[in-house]
Design a protein around this ligand. Structure first.
Ligand SMILES: [Zn+2]
Ligand SMILES: [Zn+2]
Length: 293
């Protein structure tokens, strides 16, 4: 079984919900028969990620994320990054430092090093543009990204190295999204996630941050068993997110299986009943969604 639990479902500026980061859990048996999953992966870990994880560890079924009243960071085996906005990577410094200085890997006697997974186009700038300021020094020496993480670089142009698997069954592949660009579409790196259960052939779709780009990803979205699409509720000219009015134009049967996330703090002001009527609904934080049985 593969499950997805949002740490938060809010947009970059949301305060009533944590930002849109998700915990993927892979289970040989399932949460009813196991205390903790066999493998874990975060899709993004933004500025509110640590506080969100701190809350999640108090929920029934997530106590494996607790260590002595704090966050059990080594329970997070891998982190997958969709892009470098702070609502998606702003928690990495804490995760890296906690694993480095608080937790030791019982297998090696060394500090715990999670796997960091992202397309090369994200990784080339992640350190120099974002993480270096807080992570490049430790007592008595300089440090590099690989001191904190085992790095898996996905190469989009090379099918052999564009994917990875969890439990040798669930295959993850990233696709470029049109979140914002400088001169040409896709020239600033951002990605969505397409997941396949290689046993059943079923798929799941996670849009990542993107403008409405349905013709490009419709094949994946239409075929998915369950889908999560970002949304911006407030209308805007030239948005960098997908407007609700745009999402409403996709086929009704596709809307019905699509959960909306990355929304602003005004979701419950009474204006957005259409989300529950036409879509699967607003995605909820701290609820386990089953991607594949
Ligand atoms: Zn975002
Ligand atoms: Zn973004």
């Amino acid at each position: 079984m593969l499950t997805l639990t949002f740490l938060g479902v809010g947009g970059a500026f949301a305060k009533r919900n944590f930002q849109s980061n998700a915990l993927i859990e892979a289970w040989a048996q399932g949460p009813d028969r196991q205390d903790q999953p066999d493998d874990t992966l975060l899709i993004d870990f933004g500025a509110t990620g640590p506080a969100a994880l701190y809350e999640l560890r108090k929920q029934p079924g997530f106590t494996y994320l607790d260590a002595n009243g704090g966050i059990n960071y080594p329970a997070i085996r891998r982190v997958l990054l969709t892009h470098t906005h702070a609502d998606h990577i702003g928690g990495l410094e804490e995760l890296a430092l906690a694993n480095m200085f608080v937790f030791n890997d019982p297998d090696t006697g060394k500090h715990f090093k999670p796997q960091l997974i992202a397309p090369t186009s994200i990784l080339v700038n992640l350190w120099d543009h974002s993480l270096k300021g807080g992570l490049s020094v430790m007592p008595g020496r300089y440090a590099l990204l690989q001191d904190y993480f085992f790095i898996l670089a996905l190469r989009e142009s090379d099918p052999e190295h564009a994917r990875f698997q969890m439990l040798k069954r669930y295959e993850f592949e990233m696709f470029a999204t049109d979140h914002l660009f400088i001169r040409n579409k896709y020239d600033w790196a951002s990605f969505g996630v397409h997941i396949t259960d290689t046993r059943s052939g079923e798929t799941a779709f996670y849009s990542g941050d993107t403008r409405f780009d349905y013709p490009v990803y419709s094949r994946m979205l239409d075929a998915a068993r369950v889908a999560f699409h970002e949304v911006q509720l407030t209308e805007q000219v030239n948005p960098v997110h997908t407007l609700l009015s745009q999402l409403r134009t996709i086929p009704p049967d596709v809307k019905r299986k699509t959960w909306l996330y990355h929304y602003g703090d005004d979701w419950d002001n009474g204006q957005y009943g259409v989300v529950g009527e036409e879509f699967a609904g607003f995605a909820e934080p701290h609820k386990r969604y089953v991607l594949f049985e």
